[in-house]
Design a protein. Structure first.
Length: 210
């Protein structure tokens, strides 16, 4: 399978992405922009949801129209930065269930360490979209998706705002069945495993914990 992600080049997304990259953007505006970008991205990531035809009565006549069919959605943010995208996606799909996976990057090894996992009891029956602003080394995304698959989930997408080529390659190699959606594919990772040019530490910028 191709390692090429679905890059969302919509002008509104690209404009807001420029603002979140800017080091002068404060935490309040940064949080709002991350949520807005997530809403716009979710619109595209849910484009292939199946529909079924129903018959309803409008004030004028009977109409045949469409509603969502099949399995329902669940969003799983990777803590903590993924929470910054959650409100944005829930704006579009308020009936979706939410799971949480807690992973942090060991500062010495740069490897992900799990500290929390709570998923809906019916997660195996749902289409799952994992959300995290950054796909850097890919370690957290790979481990989170592995944990979700262990619960019997077969339909998974990964949605991030910025991806590094190294992380994208690693994620696709580990989970070739997972479609990746992002707003930008950046140049590379630096020696500290930060995406270049990136936007810095998304969690710190969302919560003001620099």
């Amino acid at each position: 399978m191709s390692t090429k992600p679905f890059i969302m080049d919509h002008p509104l997304i690209q404009h807001k992405l420029t603002l979140v990259r800017d080091k002068h953007t404060g935490s309040k505006e940064f949080r709002e922009l991350i949520s807005e970008i997530a809403t716009l991205m979710c619109y595209e990531a849910t484009r292939d949801l199946p529909l079924t035809e129903v018959e309803i009565e409008t004030p004028v006549a009977v109409a045949k129209t469409k509603v969502l069919s099949g399995r329902k959605l669940a969003f799983v943010p990777i803590l903590r930065a993924g929470m910054g995208m959650l409100d944005g996606v829930m704006q579009l799909v308020p009936a979706a269930k939410v799971g949480h996976i807690g992973l942090y990057r060991d500062p010495e090894t740069c490897e992900p360490v799990e500290y929390y996992c709570k998923l809906p009891s019916d997660i195996a029956e749902r289409d799952v979209i994992v959300i995290d602003p950054m796909l850097a080394t890919g370690g957290s995304a790979i481990d989170a998706i592995k944990m979700i698959k262990q619960r019997g989930v077969t339909s998974i997408k990964f949605m991030c705002i910025i991806a590094a080529p190294e992380g994208l390659a690693a994620l696709t190699a580990a989970h070739p069945d997972v479609k990746v959606y992002c707003a930008a594919l950046d140049d590379h990772l630096n020696d500290h495993k930060y995406i270049v040019p990136g936007l810095g530490d998304a969690g710190d910028r969302i919560y003001g914990t620099k």
